[in-house]
Design a protein around this ligand. Structure first.
Ligand SMILES: [Zn+2]
Length: 439
């Protein structure tokens, strides 16, 4: 027992002195093949580091904590491939900075490698020449294939159907603002694409909205609305999951007539017919899609409650009439009450619209990361097991998507590794960046 404890104490001592001593860069190796350049820093042992790129001229900077170059390394190797030259300096904070001067348009990816039979701890930087493709797409396509998850976004109403009417705005004009913001955010996500059912002030038949979503193989249908009630104090958002029941054509036609003819009471157009809209809109008959709808709905509702008052925190279920079977989850989001002056004002506010869109996206994201449809990019990403982790300390101006592009991993992988549900990061925060084998 005592001996074991002694060894442990000794081990801790050794480990702590090792950490204090920092690392020595024993060698730097550079070679280039085809369009790829690899730079390897052979380290005495692994140490904290930070890698970032700078523009004008293009260069890649590697800061190694408490490190120095080995004395034997008095001449740094010449550049090769995308690396023009290599420089180094000791910074005042004790960090060793190695700078790779790059040729233009280079993507970088770095990872740590542990000792093997030939080498010890290494820091590996791979540089690839950027083609004409968009950098973000390129970065994600490079390491995986798989289809995007498609989210159909239906901005409720349009054309001769104004939807609910507030003092200053009509639902058909408000819904597209939030819908477009949501679409923009979805498309900016790695592994997701948005499909706007309508992007101008036109009326699209309910059946055609669903048909368009189905034709584009949407994974989820999100209908964006605003509520109204004769009591102008009613307020708050709600989320509906859609339950599906069969209906005959006559019932559908009746409901469609009601949907497009808003009820007017005392000169105020009421909007109790979103329920009707929902009932006609979705022809999704399977229980599977109902459970999807309930699950997505609960997550969206939870996220929305962080940014706006909820009329109901429960995800309500709507009974829907079925036109034809399909398996697409679907939710209806009531963003707030347009009939409430204060809430109408908020719904017209760009910042509030962005917050709502962000919350809906966070809910959708949370669902699809947990339940990625097979064959999608996100499914592949979620299943991959990183071969190592790199630590990245957030500095001013960093965004998740820039960091993802920089390390050539997806934003999804970074969020998953750090259990992030939103893209909020703060300066000084350390993110662990998953690095996948084969790079
Ligand atoms: Zn509506």
């Amino acid at each position: 027992m005592i001996r074991a404890r002694l060894i442990l104490v000794l081990l801790i001592f050794l480990l702590s002195t090792a950490a204090k001593a920092g690392s020595t860069v024993e060698n730097i190796r550079v070679w280039s093949e085809n369009e790829k350049t690899r730079v390897v820093l052979d380290l005495s042992h692994s140490t904290d580091h930070n890698i970032f790129t700078l523009r004008g001229p293009d260069r890649l900077v590697i800061d190694l904590k408490d490190s120095r170059l080995a004395e034997s390394l008095d001449v740094l190797p010449k550049g090769a491939g995308s690396v023009r030259s290599i420089r180094s300096a000791i910074r005042s904070n004790g960090q060793l900075r190695v700078v790779l001067d790059l040729t233009k348009g280079v993507h970088s990816k770095s990872f740590r490698a542990g000792p093997n039979s030939q080498y010890g701890d290494r820091l590996v930087i791979d540089l690839t020449r950027a083609g004409n493709l968009q950098p973000v797409k390129r970065a994600s396509e490079e390491y995986q294939s798989g289809r995007d998850i498609i989210i159909a976004i239906d901005a409720g109403h349009g054309g001769y159907d104004p939807g609910a009417i507030g003092r200053r705005s009509k639902e058909k004009d408000l819904n597209p603002a939030i819908s477009k913001e949501l679409a923009r955010r979805i498309t900016a996500e790695s592994g997701m694409q948005a499909l706007l059912i309508r992007d101008s002030d036109v009326f699209v038949e309910l059946r055609d909205r669903v048909a368009k979503a189905r034709k584009n193989k949407a994974d989820l249908f999100v209908s964006i609305h605003a509520d109204a009630f004769h009591n102008s104090r009613a307020n708050g958002a709600s989320v509906f999951a859609l339950n599906l029941k069969g209906a005959n054509d006559e019932a559908v036609r009746q409901l469609e007539r009601r949907e497009t003819a808003p009820v007017s009471v005392g000169g105020v157009s009421l909007h109790d017919k979103d329920e009707v809209l929902a009932s006609v809109l979705f022809d999704l008959s399977q229980n599977a899609s109902l459970s999807v709808s309930l699950d997505v709905g609960a997550r969206v509702s939870r996220e929305m409650s962080k940014v706006t008052k909820m009329h109901s925190k429960e995800v309500k279920q709507k009974s829907l009439l079925v036109l034809k079977a399909a398996d697409m989850g679907s939710i209806l989001v009531e963003t707030g009450f347009i009939s409430n002056a204060a809430e109408e004002k908020k719904l017209r506010n760009k910042k509030h619209q962005a917050r709502l869109a962000g919350a809906v996206l966070a809910g959708i994201r949370s669902y699809f990361y947990t339940n990625p449809p097979p064959g999608t990019r996100i499914a592949m990403d979620v299943r991959r097991i990183p071969s190592s982790q790199v630590r990245h300390v957030i500095s001013s101006g960093d965004t998740i998507s820039q960091i993802a592009e920089h390390y050539n991993v997806s934003t999804a992988a970074i969020r998953r590794a750090n259990k992030l549900l939103t893209d909020k990061i703060r300066i000084g925060q350390t993110l662990s960046i998953p690095v996948f084998a084969g790079g």
